[in-house]
Design a protein around this ligand. Structure first.
Ligand SMILES: [Mg+2]
Length: 192
């Protein structure tokens, strides 16, 4: 019998659309950035501004950006299908003060949630092991590598800033939630 597995799921750019902050940054910094410009995960580098200026921007608009971000197509439907055989834990680098807006957002999109963990940092390996994750879904390359190296399989959600980088054998690139489901179905078949 297939034992219930645990999936760790990142939120920003994995569950949400990847570049939802661009219009906000364009308006605030008077830029004209497009998703194709996002070749670095670090937003302040893409904007060529100091990290402090970016953090001030995030302090001002972060909550509103999170509240109005859209979910990736098919994600709610696929996550609902996964609940039969999986525990779903959302593990994000968002600061704990974003707990409320994050809960509201997940609830708005009727996303099934077994646990929500706002770490306030990119160090997700420990939490992933504490929760006994069998699989992790993530968009940040460095996180994917660290989690994979610790022995957990990773699906890397394709974004401009994580392309053209070597992936270890237990990191697979996916471009949408339909592919996430395909991979999980395949894992299940192989384990059966
Ligand atoms: Mg992310």
């Amino acid at each position: 019998m297939y034992k219930k597995q645990t999936i760790g799921i990142d939120i920003d750019a994995t569950l949400t659309e990847a570049y939802y902050w661009i219009p906000w940054a364009n308006a605030h910094f008077n830029r004209n950035l497009t998703p194709e410009d996002m070749v670095d995960y670090e937003i302040h580098k893409v904007l060529s501004i100091s990290e402090e200026r970016y953090l001030a921007f995030y302090e001002q608009y972060g909550e509103a950006m999170h509240a109005t971000s859209r979910i990736r197509p098919e994600a709610p439907e696929i996550l609902k299908q996964l609940t039969d055989n999986h525990h779903l834990h959302y593990i994000t680098a968002r600061h704990p003060k974003m707990q409320h807006v994050t809960e509201e957002w997940l609830s708005y999109y009727q996303v099934p949630v077994d646990g929500l963990h706002l770490l306030g940092s990119h160090h997700k390996v420990e939490k992933a092991h504490e929760l006994k994750c069998n699989l992790f879904i993530e968009d940040r390359y460095e996180n994917a590598l660290a989690i994979a190296e610790s022995g957990i399989d990773v699906l890397l959600m394709d974004c401009y800033y994580n392309q053209d980088r070597p992936l270890p054998s237990n990191v697979k690139r996916v471009t949408n939630w339909h592919q996430v489901k395909e991979f999980i179905d395949l894992m299940k078949k192989t384990a059966a």
